[in-house]
Design a protein around this ligand. Sequence first.
Ligand SMILES: OCc1cccc(Br)n1
Length: 446
Amino acid sequence: SSSSSSENARFGRSGSLSSIPPPAQKIDVNPPKGTRDFPPEEMRLRNWLFHNFREVSQMFAFEEVDFPVLESEALFIRKAGEEIRDQLYCFEDRGNRRVALRPELTPSLARLVIQKGKSLSLPLKWFAVGQCWRYERMTRGRRREHYQWNMDIIGVPDVTAEAELISSIVTFFKRIGITAVDVGFKVSSRKVLQEVLRYYSIPNNLFGKVCIIIDKMEKIPIDEVKKELRSAELSDEAIEELLQVLSIKSLTKLEEKLGAAGEAVADLKQLFSLAEKFGYSEWIQFDASVVRGLAYYTGIVFEGFDREGKLRAICGGGRYDQLLSTFGGEDIPACGFGFGDAVIVELLKEKGLIPEVGPQVENIVCYLDPDLQGAAVSVATILRGKGQSVDLVLENKSLKWVFKRAARINACRLILVGSSEWQKGEVRVKNLSTGEQYEIKVDKLE
Ligand SMILES: OCc1cccc(Br)n1
């Protein structure tokens, strides 16, 4: 027949169906919308960042914990109008359970503390680095996942806990070259809000909702904020007074406004005094407008910001003394923060502080003669047994190929297994930074 060659290929000479399938429809090889791959170079930067998270956490004697990425949806259902609730990545699983990809780590931590109950000896100092999710309409093209570093202190009612947390973040910033010139912390307390709302007899159950509305102050027009506050049953007088207090940026003025007797002023004065002792006074400033966007904060709140004002908040946290009881547990005083892995990298890029984190391997081992494949394997295994990293060239490659690979993986030393040396029980070594070459007995390699 005059069928085309490709037709022949498919049906073969005998005309029967051959085993060569048609080319598969190419799948989309990009990761799902809003998510990231971490190829080696990106993974090395992520590992560098997380290593610093962990080093600081351990320096402050915090213990690492983790929880499932998938949680019961109920853990995150709060009725305060939070963005984190509107963007919950939730679904019904095959067992008809309502579940969600965690949007934050704190509720999981609270769940574990309740679960462990009396078996835990307080205070707890726990940290975690975990992937968190949100389902945001891609209209804004923002990410749907990020990794968050959290540190939490459970069981300490005193403001020293918040001061300790801020100190750990300052320590982290210093380690990676960020200074108080680049970044600051706006610090306030939700007790400021509480004292104003109490003065206007606003019921406690509206507190979380009012905080979430106020947190939007920088993001939506002030008239919209007022409208939402009115819908939360605040009188115009209460709204004006609230906005006036929230514009205060000095502790002295706050004290003049609220008096010295209230907890808000006392807590903040103690925090600023402790900041002196920790040595980070230049990093923090009082700003009554900071409320943070999570409903469960009850006291001190803080957020790290870039002083050039180009980026979103770098990190944020605060005290949440009543979170456990929202899950039916006994309340235990607690505070913590979340620190995402994205904004900090944008800041490091801005400041030219992205570290050189190239690949690094101590040895590359190759064989020049196909019969010496086994010899090369044994040399690589001996070196690995001595705790050395070895890139074993797995096929018989030209020296040109080996040198090219050695440069790409930034190998320190080339070990050549050649027949004349091997007969003497030796290998040839080339130091790839100095060029020095020598032959050595295999058992003398170190
Ligand atoms: O910061 C809010 C948030 C939560 C989950 C995932 C991402 Br991306 N962002």
